[in-house]
Design a protein around this ligand. Structure first.
Ligand code: NAP
Length: 252
């Protein structure tokens, strides 16, 4: 493999690695030669098996990311017990669908805590350790096409993903001079649990598909390989970019 795209010798923490996009990212990291620390609240046996089949090392860490302070101390614990990290992928996220006039305060708070507040404090924990050790690091935040568009019936999700775009840019500006790259990926419509309700609605599903220039929904592997690029030396001069991987959705 061209070493600019290799993750050999790198250890990357991926949140929400048990399924969906996080699982796709874990497998892609393994294929690029990296070791994965998967963090989440559900069993990760399936991901561990897929990473092993790709020839990679995988360690599972149980954590509920709904509590931002607990998430940040989890990263410190991982660093102390398993050794330094080279990369952080903030992938875990939730969505609550309701008309804006119906959305509850709980639906607002839960989404903002997991999708934005925990993401910020994990970035902070990671950067503190990288900087204290005089190391370099890479952060990849999973944003959304709803970091750039409004959408419908997902008010807290859209707010959180606009926030992810904003903090990705801010952290990139603060940390680029210190050797930490902070970038993001804006997935389009990907076949995971997150979009199950949309795919179960024949009208919504057909209208979404008709608007995707690539003519298909994305799969977790489409996002995984883009994440490898943002974790590898090939992207060393990228800071604050949130790259759409969306079959052309945002270009339309
Ligand atoms: N699918 C899409 O079309 C799409 C588009 C744009 C952006 N995204 C973003 O991509 C990321 C991954 O989503 P996905 O599509 O792969 O959906 P998914 O299959 O629902 O995966 C979400 C992941 O987040 C984890 N998670 C949720 N709440 C958690 C908590 N409190 N503590 C620990 N882990 C938690 C989930 O764990 P459990 O399995 O235990 O719930 C799961 O691993 C999210 O940030 C999402 O917003 C997805």
């Amino acid at each position: 493999m061209n070493s600019a795209f290799s993750l050999a010798g790198k250890r990357i923490l991926v949140t929400g690695a048990n399924t969906g996009i996080g699982q796709g990212i874990a497998v892609s990291i393994a294929r690029a030669g990296g070791a994965v620390v998967g963090v989440g609240r559900s069993a990760m046996d399936d991901t561990a098996a897929r990473v092993a089949a790709a020839g990679g090392a995988f360690a599972a860490v149980a954590a509920d990311l709904a509590d931002p302070a607990a998430a940040a101390s989890m990263l410190d614990r991982v660093w102390d017990e398993k050794g330094p990290l080279d990369g952080l992928v903030n992938n875990a996220g939730i969505i609550r669908r309701a008309d804006a006039v119906e959305l509850t305060e709980a639906d607002w708070d839960e989404v903002m805590d997991i999708n934005l507040k925990t993401v910020f404090f994990l970035c902070q924990s990671f950067a503190r350790r990288v900087l204290a050790g005089g190391r370099k690091g890479k952060v990849v935040n999973i944003a959304s096409v709803l970091s750039f568009q409004g959408g419908i019936r997902v008010a807290s999700y859209t707010a959180s993903k606009h926030g992810v775009l904003g903090i990705t840019r801010l952290l990139a500006c603060e940390w680029a001079p210190k050797g930490i790259n902070v970038n993001g990926i804006a997935p389009g419509y990907i076949e995971t649990n997150n979009t199950e309700a949309l795919r179960a609605d024949p009208d919504r599903s057909a209208s979404i598909l008709a608007r995707i220039p690539a003519g298909r929904w994305g799969g977790p592997e489409d996002i995984g390989d883009a994440a490898v690029f943002l974790l590898a030396p090939a992207s060393n001069y990228m800071h604050g970019a949130v790259v759409p991987v969306d079959g052309g959705w945002l270009a339309r």
